[in-house]
Design a binder for this molecule. Sequence first.
Ligand SMILES: Nc1nc2c(ncn2[C@@H]2O[C@H](COP(=O)(O)OP(=O)(O)OP(=O)(O)O)[C@@H](O)[C@H]2O)c(=O)[nH]1
Ligand SMILES: [Mg+2]
Length: 370
Amino acid sequence: MGRIENDYICQGCGVAIQTENKHEAGYIPASALKNETIICQRCFRLKHYNEIQDVPYSDGDFLKMISQISETTSLIVKLVDIFDFNGSFIKSLQRLTGNNPIILIGNKIDLLPKSTNLNRLKQWMKKEAADLGLTVQDVFLVSAKTGLGYTEVKSAIEYYRNGQDVYVVGSTNVGKSTFINYLINESVGEKDVITTSYFPGTTLGFIEIPLDQKTALYDTPGVVNRSQITHYLSQEDIKVITPNKEIKPRVYQLNSRQTLYIGGLARFDFIKGNRQSFTCYFANQINIHRTKLDHANNLYNEHLGKLLSPPNEKDVKNYPALVEKTIKIAEDRVDIVFPGLGWITLSGVPATIAVHTPLDVPVSKRKAII
Ligand SMILES: Nc1nc2c(ncn2[C@@H]2O[C@H](COP(=O)(O)OP(=O)(O)OP(=O)(O)O)[C@@H](O)[C@H]2O)c(=O)[nH]1
Ligand SMILES: [Mg+2]
């Protein structure tokens, strides 16, 4: 590791700045230390070329950093990605943040169909958080991209922080840095101060944003969840599966023994039940392909990476094999959730389905949220 210029922290990602080794994290040329804003080489490349440079940190290094929060007296703002609630929830976070009060915020609501009942969704989040053992002061929904929901969230933060510091925590990619950038832009008119990207693991250290003379709000590195599907995808494919616009639900009328492929990333078989509609909520740019169950294996073997993509043809070999799980559904209006991708809502019961995903990306079932 090069010499660390202890006084300098990258404004974009929070990493300690060094001037000795181009290939290590936090590098900037010594001459750039004079600049008014100090941005490391990795942030510069991400911002200007959308290129991600690997860093030598392990998942544990980030956990250690986050666990320092348990020694503070502060308000915890826990962000989750509403499009991947369970995948981004990270149960262990509560232990890392100590006994501090927590508010829970579901981010990225701009991606949900306009018809979504946000109040019902909030109630669902409250119950889900409680079932997962998390005690929260309150629950909110926002879009860090459009600013929807910010008025309420800002006054809640001011109220619950009670004059103390604020830490924004959550899994990688939930939008912590984007969330804070919106606040910064609103208060000082400066855009994209902190580096954000659709790659998990963008923020590398704490980034302090002063709130007043004595207290600050902190951006923190995301906690890594290895069951997030992004860890198995190439940079190109991450871009394809990340929704960037309001999701248009796609409805399929299926008879039993029909199959839907979600690109080539996952598979959904309707094994048994009455003909009914299945509503699919996935990024608009992911192809959904319908076929007969009896043809499904052949189709996959012949067309993975082509008709069935992502994964794209040259990255197919790095994508894990799909593992089948059968699910019997007796309750009405159920979502079958493919973590990090989206979900399918069933309309009729009883039904038997089978899902196929990589072993480490297990499907779950919940009461329909829309
Ligand atoms: N559509 C939508 N995208 C969002 C929103 N907030 C963040 N994003 C996107 O989500 C991705 C991750 O955002 P970041 O702000 O870098 O996430 P982070 O939680 O800071 O991630 P790490 O630093 O890796 O822990 C980026 O592609 C953002 O543009 C939102 O409200 N709506
Ligand atoms: Mg970040």
